[in-house]
Ligand binder design. Structure first.
Ligand code: F6R
Length: 357
């Protein structure tokens, strides 16, 4: 029930700090250490390559998961859009493990891939929010997101849960492989949960940003580099699906390869700058678009922020920024949709679970 909330989406956005804390709790063993099911851990460790398969927002979480497995655990990963995978299957490694990321566990595009890979005798793990869902039942293993029912069509808390569970799984795998880890993920996830809380408590400011940048906008761009790039994709998807503003997310470096042609006086450009090593480059991109009249909104992070940044998120571990930087983008989309009197929880043409290919 949405209780006093005007929309499920807003309620679900507010639930996100609790979702991260719940995941920490659900995936801690009696000694208080992060852990996952031993059989799943073994399946991941035995694989020579992970193939993440997903659609939409879950695909965006998968792109982040690839970095986690590669950077934390040293396991190579490919990420594929499920609808493409069936007819555009890459050459597979010798011992692949398929990981399906799906909030609903019912997405037909993802299921057709699961059916195909099971026919070939490969193992599959489903990461889902819905116990007993089709993709959970048909896979060998399941990891649950513990986000609670997500009712709004636009995915918010499930995305945050997916990113957290992927980080946790990669971290536990790395520990089990004896990797030298120089951070305590449990502690860092707690810090991220607090940062998410700070942002969901900044609604007034985010409503103002939506008004300043999107009230009359016909289109909007989201740019970022490295992990910020993937969050840009998610920010653009959120905005288009609920506010119907044409939005595009792309890598900052790609700007000059085409998209900059679209920048006009007043075009909103949301630039994420939470990744220290590329912060200067993304700020360079902002200068380029501002010189062409863009209305740029820089969202940076404490420690690498500069004067004039429109929003500064609290400092979190550099790998966990996607959990936090997505929150303002969700809320900006929400308020942009409200301004346009769009049906936030049930956007036109969309269904919560897409059960046709
Ligand atoms: C976006 C959104 C969709 C879903 C996609 C996959 O807000 O909700 O893009 O992410 O349809 O759905 P699941 O994760 O249920 O497989």
């Amino acid at each position: 029930e949405k209780g006093t909330y005007p929309h499920y989406m807003l309620k679900e956005i507010d639930e996100q700090p609790g979702v991260v804390r719940k995941i920490i709790q659900e995936y801690s063993n009696p000694n208080g250490e992060l852990s996952i099911d031993e059989n799943i851990l073994t399946a991941i460790k035995e694989a020579d390559r992970l193939y993440i398969i997903a659609a939409g927002t879950s695909y965006h979480a998968g792109l982040i998961g690839k970095q986690y497995f590669e950077k934390i655990a040293g396991i190579p990963v490919e990420v594929h859009i499920s609808s493409e995978f069936g007819y555009n299957m890459p050459l597979l490694s010798e011992k692949p493990l398929f990981i399906f990321i799906t909030q609903s566990g019912e997405t037909a595009d993802s299921r057709q891939v699961l059916v195909k890979v099971k026919e070939k005798g490969y193992s599959a793990l489903t990461i889902t929010n819905v116990p007993g869902s089709t993709l959970s039942r048909e896979a060998d293993y399941t990891l649950l997101l513990h986000a609670g029912p997500e009712i709004a069509v636009a995915s918010t808390k499930a995305y945050v849960a997916q990113v957290a569970v992927l980080a946790l799984t990669a971290y536990v795998t790395a520990q089990s492989l004896g990797k030298d880890l120089n951070f305590d993920l449990k502690q860092e996830l707690g810090i991220a949960a607090n940062a998410i809380q700070t942002l969901v408590d900044s609604k007034d400011d985010l409503e103002l940003i939506a008004e300043d940048y999107l009230k009359v906008a016909r289109n909007a761009f989201f740019i970022g580099r490295n992990l910020d790039y993937y969050v840009s994709l998610e920010g653009a998807l959120k905005l288009k699906e609920i506010s119907y503003i044409q939005a595009e997310g792309f890598a900052g470096g790609e700007l000059k390869h085409g998209t900059i042609a679209l920048i006009e006086e007043g075009t909103p450009v949301f630039a994420l700058a939470t990744q220290e090593y590329v912060a200067l480059n993304i700020r360079g991109n902002v200068k380029e678009v501002v010189a062409r009249g863009a209305n740029a909104c820089i969202i940076s992070m404490e420690g690498i922020n500069e004067e004039g940044d429109r929003l500064v998120i609290p400092k979190v571990h550099t790998l966990l920024t996607p959990l936090v930087s997505v929150i303002p983008l969700q809320l900006i989309s929400y308020y942009a949709a409200l301004h346009r009197r769009a049906d936030v929880d049930k956007p036109r043409n969309l269904a919560k679970s897409v059960t046709v290919e």
